[in-house]
Design a protein around this ligand. Structure first.
Ligand code: AMP
Length: 176
């Protein structure tokens, strides 16, 4: 029996005091656990939406291995939402507050077209700022977010409220 939750390493006071960092590295490093995580998130996305999204937007950086693998499995395109300054060419940009600090994300304007339906994938839903900013980028390009999938959710930070109106799936939930 593969127990995913026990493979999340909780690191207290990282990267700043008071934050319990949820390290998904042990899940990625175990083929059985990685497969279970990908399969669970894929089923979750399919349950959320039968509208047939054509792309996954994966959020840098731990959203990349998850979103990339789910996109391959579902035969849909992959779009990278990257931290500011990493992408060449014309981009759209959105800034947001984090559980620790603030940041900006960018998407190339050529990779999402008007009317594209997308799913957004990341490792952790904390306050929801990162995911909401990603949805803003998709909207700026004329795309439509069909739903969000996370490996885990920090329920005490109420990120779902920030994503009100969207369908949200998380495979696991932590209350501390
Ligand atoms: P938020 O915008 O507050 O929902 O934060 C989500 C983003 O920050 C995700 O991309 C996560 O990788 C990262 N993150 C925030 N809080 C944590 C945490 N406690 N443990 C691991 N990653 C986190």
């Amino acid at each position: 029996m593969v127990d995913l939750k026990s493979y999340i390493r909780e690191v207290p006071d990282f990267p700043t005091p008071g934050v319990s960092f949820k390290d998904i590295g042990p899940i990625l490093a175990s083929p059985q656990h990685f497969q279970k995580a990908i399969n669970g998130m894929t089923v979750g996305l399919c349950m959320l939406s039968d509208k047939g999204a054509s792309k996954i937007v994966a959020i840098e950086s731990r959203g990349f291995p998850l979103g990339g693998t789910i996109a391959y499995k579902m035969c849909v395109g992959l779009v990278l939402a990257r931290k500011k300054g990493k992408l060449p060419g014309k981009t759209v940009i959105a800034s947001y507050a984090l559980e620790y600090g603030s940041a900006s994300l960018e998407i190339q304007d050529s990779v999402i077209s008007k009317g594209d339906r997308v799913w957004v994938v990341d490792d952790v839903l904390a306050t929801g700022g990162t995911a909401f900013a990603t949805a803003e980028l998709v909207c700026q390009l004329g795309g439509v977010v069909d739903g969000f999938a996370f490996l885990l959710e920090l329920s005490f930070l109420h990120g779902r409220e920030k994503l009100k109106g969207y369908d949200v799936f998380s495979l696991m939930s932590f209350d501390t």
